[in-house]
Design a protein around this ligand. Structure first.
Ligand code: NAP
Length: 272
């Protein structure tokens, strides 16, 4: 699988999302994914599943150096001392001595961005996280982080799928060689029943979900982290990498309405 090179780390282009899986369900799903060859796991303190992710990693026998683990600090913990506490708690639950990527999960309206990045950078310098990054940053926030603060962010993790246009942010990230990590890449599962994707899939003996994923993964600098609890879906999502979409397919996907944002919590700053 291709790795996106960013800020000294190689980010496997396809990862496993773990939101809304906890306990034994999460442990089993992560263990299954690692067995199938996934080497990129996405979690967060807010998901309440870092302990289950950690247990699966420990049981997998996968060498730490071959594994990429992302976790995130919640928007209520963005003061420097709170970041520290949240980070230590995450590492402990994950049973790891470092993570590969530590992200600001959501911006908050009253956050102190320079202080946040100073704290994250210290964690990086201490070798506790190999790289730092952000999630849910709109264009204005990204520009502040990159151009004013000059924070070495390794990605912006945002909602991105066939039903949502992200051209503005994607162009900026590409110009700065910062990967876009697509979350909800299957539009929270809705892509699987989209008629246009189903008919494209029929042509290639693939599923609609596979078409949706490959459309993302064909884009330079884009990674995706579909969540799948079932082994069949995990395998299907890996197999999507082999799919070859053509210009006609891309044209049909481009014509889909792209105004569907499914994740938009009230606490976050506006998108545009
Ligand atoms: N940074 C953020 O603020 C943020 C926000 C949201 C999500 N995320 C991350 O992104 C990950 C993915 O997003 P998401 O979980 O919201 O949505 P998603 O990955 O777009 O969709 C997950 C849904 O798709 C189903 N699915 C997976 N593979 C499939 C396949 N091959 N065929 C048919 N259905 C399939 C899953 O079913 P089963 O589970 O039943 O297999 C699940 O119901 C999260 O888990 C989380 O790690 C980050």
């Amino acid at each position: 699988m291709e790795h996106l090179q960013t800020q000294g780390i190689g980010l496997p282009q396809l990862g496993l999302g773990t939101f809304r899986m906890q306990g034994e369900v999460c442990r089993a799903a992560v263990e299954s994914a690692l067995g199938l060859g996934y080497r990129h796991i996405d979690t967060a303190e807010m998901y309440g599943n870092e302990d289950a992710v950690g247990a699966a990693i420990a049981a997998s026998g996968v060498a730490r150096k071959d594994l990429h683990v992302t976790t995130k600090v919640w928007h209520e913990n963005l003061a420097p001392d709170a970041i520290r506490r949240a980070f230590e708690a995450s590492l402990k639950k994950l049973k790891l001595d470092h993570v590969d990527l530590y992200l600001v999960h959501w911006p908050s309206r009253n956050m102190n961005l320079p202080a946040i990045f100073e704290t994250l950078l210290k964690l990086k310098q201490e070798g506790r996280t190999r790289a730092i990054g952000v999630a849910n940053f709109n264009l204005a926030l990204l520009k502040t982080a990159v151009e004013e603060i000059k924070a070495p962010i390794a990605c912006n993790q945002i909602e991105y799928h066939v039903m949502l246009d992200q051209t503005k942010v994607a162009r900026y990230l590409a110009a700065k060689s910062i990967p876009l990590v697509a979350y909800a890449p299957l539009a929270q599962g809705r892509a699987a029943s989209d008629e246009t994707l189903i008919s494209i899939g029929r042509k290639h003996r693939a599923s609609a979900a596979q078409v949706a994923l490959k459309w993302l993964l064909d884009q330079d600098g884009v990674a995706a982290i579909p969540k799948a609890s079932r082994a069949e879906s995990q395998r299907a999502n890996l197999d999507a990498l082999k799919l070859k979409l053509d210009d006609e397919d891309r044209k049909a996907i481009a014509a889909l309405p792209k105004d569907k944002r499914f994740v938009n919590p009230g606490f976050a700053p506006a998108w545009d």
